[in-house]
Design a protein around this ligand. Structure first.
Ligand code: ADP
Ligand code: MG
Length: 676
């Protein structure tokens, strides 16, 4: 039996049907038998009409009378009286006039549909009808519901699958036999049979577990293999310079948190090995990732290695350059800034310095990955807010060294453990799960748009104490021009209205880089009291004196984004406030109530993951393509089981190429999840 057989060769598939199947991406027998139902309707229990209650029901009856009425132009109503000897019942179909012809005669039929009260009487609405003497497909069973295929009746897909049942039966199992046995999984063919032709909901559960296991196993095996191939790379060894680290730490204006120490130590240890580091530093907003990266760059410099730090925006890059200059210059470590706004002679000069090793630490935006940039001896690469970059961009930066440099990817979007394991499985992870000492949790409040003036009073209270405030305007829609309009309007309104005695800055994405810089500099130095901004301040911006942030149309933002924005305040020992102004006075969503209650980015990320799925949150570029059909990345138990098996597979040095189907899938995942 050839699984690659084109569907037009299957009985019941005409030219037109084949076309429609192809359009839906289904070309071969294999494609169709692995096309999984997205849901089920349980019509397996046949009830007597005398006992019927509202709900999804199946009866076995014959048709006593049927008639078609034309109600309006192009609209028909077909009604029938059905009887099974216990009682009679009305059925109704909208726009299915062919039912009248189908139900003529004395045959017995199964009818499956919704029994409900409508149009002033109880009736069975739009039931499927199939002769008892035929094999029922859409009645008298747990009926699988497939994703709709344009132009095709769902009935036909079910019929075809019944036709293809023999192929399903002999499907080879993609997983090694030992794993199926030790994990007590349903064999692959049985799982697919259960999904297409379920006998009970327990059947479906077991089958889904099996297929979810496969997806997770493939993904985790890909991660293990990436890890293995990474471990065979030769990197730069950077020895631990204890004096340099001590001096660096002693020079800080604060004490490192325990979490920062731990992360720094993990990095130092990675540096000492000749395998390049491949580490993700996860830390909630304000947990102090920059100084950890700075310490590592200090280590690299003391052995004569350059570091490159790439950030997603100019504001962030220049802020990092400033911070790192202050931290590193006292020790003779030089810092350069390369962004789009460094032009002409200055840019040429900087290129030269980078190429000759005249700058030790190069901070920049995407400008860093341009061909013109060559390093003297690049040993350490930091990617800040790593999820803002694509795989290719990260690779381009890493390839600026003739040895694979040590990589530290940083993110302030906390990633739930289950997701980190699956999607970032090849990375070692350091977590900053602790805020700097003395930070109070930010007080967050949802605010009705009708009581804005009270809110302005609260903000004024902070300003009067010498503090500063952010006012964030949302996207009114996806149109960047409208966003601009709304932030400008807000700026004007505040300047003539409630805050006319205050200095207000305006920041948005359409400003020239130099203008942005000036606006940020004014806010950072305290020249302006209020910064009205779009979400360009979302990532990383650090002005500790700001203690209040007001976010307009808060309901239009994602949870992770709100948490990021909120992280612009709470960066000193003072109490900070976050006010989320709603678009209307409707009851707030679950999402918003969660962020009001919790300051914990990890908790919020889990909530977001549960509510919206990984693709929405962590960017389609990487995760949308994973295309998981059955597995949920929140299923920690199954993930742990799959991981154990994936590790064992790699440890036992088994030959993946023996398992062709498995190998294909794993290779695809390897490409998608690789970070370097
Ligand atoms: P993020 O992790 O969000 O990138 P930053 O690195 O921008 O955080 O640090 C946030 C602020 O906290 C900065 O002003 C930084 O100087 C300060 N900071 C970092 N570590 C500590 C610490 N251990 N104690 C006090 N302040 C710290
Ligand atoms: Mg940061």
């Amino acid at each position: 039996m050839n699984l690659e057989l084109p569907l037009e060769a299957v009985k019941g598939v005409g030219e037109k049907t084949a076309e429609q199947l192809h359009a839906a991406g289904l070309d071969t027998v294999y494609d169709l038998i692995t096309f999984l139902p997205r849901a089920y309707e349980d019509f397996s229990e046949v009830v007597a009409i005398a006992d019927i209650r509202p709900g999804k029901r199946t009866i076995r009856a014959h048709c006593e009378k049927v008639e078609i009425k034309r109600v309006r132009r192009g609209m028909t109503v077909t009604t029938a009286v059905l009887s099974d000897g216990t009682a009679k019942l009305n059925a109704v179909w909208f726009n299915q006039p062919y039912r009248a012809a189908q139900l003529k005669g004395d045959d017995e039929y199964y009818f499956s549909g919704t029994f409900e009260f409508s149009y002033n009487r109880y009736q069975l609405t739009n039931p499927s009808a199939e002769k008892v003497s035929d094999m029922p497909v859409s009645t008298d069973r747990i009926v699988p519901i497939y994703r709709a295929i344009k132009g095709l009746k769902s009935q036909l897909v079910r019929k075809l699958l019944i036709e293809l049942r023999p192929y399903v039966r002999v499907l080879p199992d993609p997983l090694p036999d030992g794993i199926v046995k030790s994990q007590k999984l349903l064999p692959y063919a049985e799982a697919l049979l259960a999904l297409h032709f379920p006998k009970s909901s327990a059947d479906i559960e077991r089958a889904r577990e099996r297929l979810a296991f496969d997806e997770l196993f493939d993904l985790l095996l890909a991660a293990e293999l990436n890890k293995q191939s990474h471990a065979s790379l030769k990197g730069w060894q950077i020895p631990f310079d204890q004096v340099a680290v001590k001096d660096f730490v002693a020079g800080l204006p604060f004490q490192l948190t325990d979490a920062q120490r731990r992360a720094a130590w993990e990095i130092i240890q990675d540096f000492e090995r000749d395998v390049p580091m491949n580490r993700l530093l996860q830390g909630d907003v304000g947990s102090g990732k920059t100084v950890v990266a700075g310490l590592a760059a200090r280590q690299a410099a003391s052995s004569g290695f350059q570091s490159a730090i790439m950030a997603p925006t100019e504001i962030l890059a220049s802020q990092h350059a400033e911070t790192l200059t202050a931290l590193l210059q006292p020790f003779g470590v030089t810092v350069g800034l390369l962004t789009g706004s460094v032009k002409g002679k200055a840019r040429e000069e900087l290129y030269k310095q980078i190429a000759s090793g005249g700058v030790d630490v190069v901070v920049g935006t995407h400008a860093l990955i341009q061909d013109a940039v060559t390093f003297h001896r690049l040993g350490f690469v930091v990617i800040d807010e790593q999820h803002r970059f694509g795989v290719a961009q990260r690779q381009q930066l890493l390839h600026k060294s003739d040895h694979m440099p040590h990589l530290l990817a940083m993110t302030a979007t906390p990633i739930p453990r289950s997701l980190a394991l699956t999607v970032y499985g090849e990375l070692d992870i350091s977590v900053l799960n602790e805020r700097p000492k003395g930070r109070k949790p930010i007080l967050t409040k949802l605010w009705s748009p009708n009581s804005r003036s009270q809110l302005y009073d609260l903000i004024e209270e902070q300003l009067a104490q010498g503090r500063q405030a952010y006012v964030i305007c949302s996207l009114i829609d996806d149109n960047a021009d409208n966003e601009l309009k709304s932030v400008q309007a807000e700026y004007k309104k505040l300047r003539v209205g409630p805050f006319k005695h205050r200095q207000i800055g305006l920041l948005h994405g359409k400003l020239k880089p130099a203008e942005k810089e000036a606006v940020m500099a004014d806010f950072a130095s305290g020249k302006t009291d209020i910064l009205v901004s779009t979400t360009v301040v979302e990532v990383g911006v650090d002005v500790p004196n700001a203690t209040v942030i007001m976010i307009e149309n808060a309901d239009r933002f994602g949870l992770a984004q709100l948490h990021q924005l909120r992280g612009r305040v709470g960066r000193s020992e003072r109490q900070s406030y976050c006010y989320l102004v709603m678009s209307d006075s409707k009851a707030p969503s679950k999402r918003l109530r969660e962020i009001e209650k919790s300051n914990d980015g990890f908790h919020l990320a889990q909530v977001d993951l549960d509510l919206r799925g990984p693709g929405e949150i962590y960017g389609r570029a990487q995760h949308g393509d994973l295309n998981l059909q059955v597995a949920t990345l929140g299923d920690t138990q199954l993930i742990a089981r799959a991981q154990r098996e994936a590790r064992a597979f790699v440890t036992a040095n088994r030959d993946l190429l023996q398992y062709k189907q498995l190998a294909n899938q794993v290779e695809r995942y390897q490409r998608l999840t690789k970070l370097n």
